[in-house]
Structures are given as structure tokens and as C-alpha cells.
Design a protein around this ligand. Structure first.
Ligand code: PLP
Length: 399
């Protein structure tokens, strides 16, 4: 029996099986590669699902974490630290938040959404419009905004007042906003629905959401947990438009793998909605996570990773489409958040075959393979996957 199989057996005996059986047991990584406990090496094209912005073992991240760990890891929110304040300032800058904006630090995407839900409640209104196929997390508030029935049903009744409208359907959004009337607290949208298979909102849809919420006196909350922090070639995916939201949620790639989440409130009026004692977190904003976040943000800036994500994403998308493989119907997404769309439901099989061939990818839908690699992926590394893809797809079998 392989070492990884032994550990997987122990996993099944010791962990609550909410994730099913993991694919393998990873041991360590270096740059865009990870190695499993049996010594097999993989090109990591998933990056911990859009988390490992700087790949694995990046010197800037290692140095920041090591230095901060040797100084102070945790201090409670009775105190603050320089990394916390500096990261908040830096996020306000890169998120283009105006004067009077603010940051609340949490530890995950779902927690960032929980903070956003509480923010919306402080409007004195209770109705929220979210999108069909949206994914906002698994905590109960975030779950109420999440669409998928299989995730929701076992935990109902969830927080009331949430209406899900078809994504990118302008008329449906107009109707739902009109229907909610004076009780509309917020519209919550992902600029790109990652878990739904990497589907982007049109610029016009985001703009309409902005106009309608402004007209209704409600908040526009953009969930950039997956699409933010440079992944699309912009700091935030919605920066491709002129839309200015009232709040943004961040997590995943923000600290390159160290748990962190953030709610950004735009402008003094929105920021004033949450006041003393109305929210909190033991670990949120701890110096270790914030030092890691700063290392990520500074490296994205110093290494030009926004432009790189944009250019490599375009290159990779064109290279995969250009294969002309009969099972590829297209490539969608922005920057380095993309899905290869397939003409048949062979994604799960292709994911397993890719792994055998030394590539980590994700079957995000039966007919879509998601790529969300580290932003430091090189073109020659990407090429190795493009070269292997036809063979993988030829051999893949429908689910
Ligand atoms: N929001 C979006 C858009 C996400 O993609 C995710 C996770 O995939 C979440 C929220 C939840 O984040 P977390 O798993 O860190 O709680």
C-alpha cells in the first residue's frame, strides 16, 4: 500500500466526511509545483482553489510569516499591530475605496460574508437579492445567500428574506428590486461566479445592479472572495468596470494561503453602519495573517503580477482554444480564473487523468475544468499543460 493510501485510510477513520475522500496526500511544494507523500510531483493549476497567489514556498511569504511568527502571532482585538493597520490601509488603496472607508478582518470567505450580512441588517431593512448559482460560503448566513439546494436543504430554515434571481438577467433583477421595495437591504453578487463554473457578470449587469441599488437606497455588495486580489488581472474583478460598490468581501488569495477574510466598506456612511460591539472575531486581523497579506500585496505590486495574470490568462485561453480539440467548446473567465468548457461531461475523468499526468486541475462542473493557478505561473509551465491537454481529453470518459 502506498504511503498516501495509508494516510487516506486514516483520514477516513478520523475526519468527518464532508469533503468525501481527498484525491491524494500532499507533502510540500515549490513555486507552482506540489509533491505528494509518495514523491509524485504536480504542476498546481488550481492553487488551493484560487488561494496560493504566490505558489508554494515563495520567499517573500516565507520570510514575512517567519519574521512575524518570531515576533508575535496573536494579540487579541484589545490591541492592534502594525501589520494589521498597514494591511487595512493597503487594501483600501488597492480596492480604490474612497476616504472614510473601512476594513473588518475575518478568517475566511464565509466569515467575510457574515460580516456583510450584518452590515446589510444595519440598514434597518431585511431583504437581500442574490443570484442563482451563487456561492457565498457554508456558514448559515452565507448559506442563505448561496444557491445550491444540496448545500441548503439539510439546514433549513435558513435566514429569511433572500431572493435568488437568474444571474445576468437584467429584467429579473429590476423586478426583484421593485418587489422588495423599501425593505431591500442589499444586492449581493459575485462579479465572476467561480463555483458555478467561472461565469462572469456582464459589465451592463453590474452597472444595472449599481443603479438599481442606489435608486432603492440599498447596498451593493460584491463578493470578490474568489475573483479578487489580482486573479483576473485587476485587483478586483469589478475594476474592469466603472462600478463602485458599497462593500466588497475578500478572502482566499489575500494572504496566499494563510487564513484571512475581509469586509471593505466604501465611504463614511456605509462604514458607519457597523459600530462598537456589533461584530468581532478572536483571530480576525491577527498579525501573522496580516503580515502574510502584506507580503502578497507587495509581491503582486513589485513583480507586476496583475499584468502577468492578464497576459498569461489571455495566452493560455488562446492556446487551449487554438488546440481545436473536438471536446473543447471554449474557454471562459478572466485572467487566471478560467474554465475550459467541454462538449461532453468528461471533466471528472479529465481531472483524474490530468492528475496522473502530473497536473492539478478541478472539475468545477461535469462539463467544465477550472484553472486558478498561482499568479506566478510561467508561460513555459502553462505550455506543458496545453501540450498534455489533448491526450487527457482523448482518454477522458463521460461521467
Ligand atoms: N464567496 C465566494 C465567491 C467563494 O468562492 C467562496 C469559496 O469558494 C466563499 C465565498 C467562501 O469562502 P470560504 O470557503 O473561505 O469560507
Amino acid at each position: 500500500m502506498t504511503h498516501s493510501q495509508q494516510i487516506l485510510d486514516r483520514y477516513q477513520a478520523a475526519l468527518i466526511p464532508v469533503f468525501g475522500v481527498p484525491q491524494t496526500v500532499l507533502s510540500h511544494g515549490d513555486g507552482c509545483y506540489v509533491v505528494d507523500v509518495d514523491g509524485k510531483r504536480y504542476l498546481d493549476l488550481l492553487g488551493g482553489i484560487a488561494v496560493n497567489t504566490l505558489g508554494h514556498g515563495h520567499p517573500a511569504l516565507v520570510e514575512a510569516i517567519t519574521k512575524q511568527a518570531s515576533q508575535v502571532v496573536h494579540i487579541s482585538n484589545f490591541f492592534t499591530s502594525e501589520p494589521q493597520v498597514e494591511l487595512a490601509e493597503k487594501l483600501l488603496e488597492v480596492c480604490r475605496a474612497p476616504a472614510g472607508s473601512g476594513v473588518f478582518f475575518a478568517n475566511s470567505g464565509a466569515e467575510a460574508l457574515e460580516a456583510a450580512v450584518k452590515l446589510t441588517r444595519r440598514t434597518g431593512r431585511t431583504r437581500i437579492i442574490a443570484a442563482q448559482n451563487a456561492f457565498h460560503g457554508r456558514t448559515t448566513g452565507a448559506l442563505a445567500l448561496t444557491w445550491k439546494e444540496a448545500y441548503r436543504a439539510p439546514f433549513e430554515p435558513l435566514m429569511p428574506g433572500v431572493t435568488h434571481v437568474p444571474y445576468n438577467d437584467e429584467d429579473a433583477l429590476r423586478e426583484a428590486v421593485a418587489d422588495a421595495g423599501d425593505d431591500l437591504a442589499a444586492v449581493v453578487l459575485e462579479p465572476i461566479q467561480g463555483e458555478a463554473g467561472v461565469r462572469a457578470a456582464t459589465d451592463a449587469y453590474l452597472r444595472l445592479a449599481r443603479d438599481l441599488t442606489r435608486g432603492a437606497g440599498a447596498l451593493l455588495v460584491l463578493d470578490e472572495v474568489q475573483s479578487g486580489m489580482g486573479r483576473t488581472g485587476h485587483w478586483l474583478a469589478h475594476h474592469a468596470t466603472d462600478v463602485v460598490p458599497d462593500a466588497v468581501t475578500l478572502a482566499k488569495g489575500l494572504a496566499g494561503g494563510v487564513p484571512i477574510g475581509a469586509l471593505i466598506t466604501y465611504g463614511p456612511d456605509v462604514t458607519a453602519l457597523l459600530t462598537g460591539g456589533q461584530h468581532g472575531s478572536t483571530f480576525g486581523g491577527n498579525p501573522l495573517a496580516c503580515a502574510a497579506g502584506l507580503a502578497v500585496v507587495h509581491t503582486i505590486e513589485s513583480d507586476g503580477l496583475l499584468q502577468h495574470a492578464s497576459e498569461l490568462g489571455a495566452y493560455l485561453s488562446e492556446a487551449m482554444t487554438g488546440l481545436g480539440h473536438p471536446r473543447i467548446s471554449g474557454v471562459r473567465g478572466r485572467g487566471l480564473l478560467m474554465a475550459i468548457t467541454l462538449t461532453e461531461p468528461v471533466a471528472a475523468s479529465a481531472m483524474a487523468l490530468a492528475r496522473e499526468a502530473g497536473f492539478l486541475v478541478n472539475a468545477v462542473a461535469p462539463d467544465a475544468i477550472r484553472l486558478a493557478p498561482p499568479l506566478i505561473l510561467t508561460q513555459s509551465q502553462a505550455d506543458t499543460f496545453v501540450d498534455a491537454l489533448p491526450g487527457i481529453l482523448d482518454a477522458a470518459v463521460p461521467a
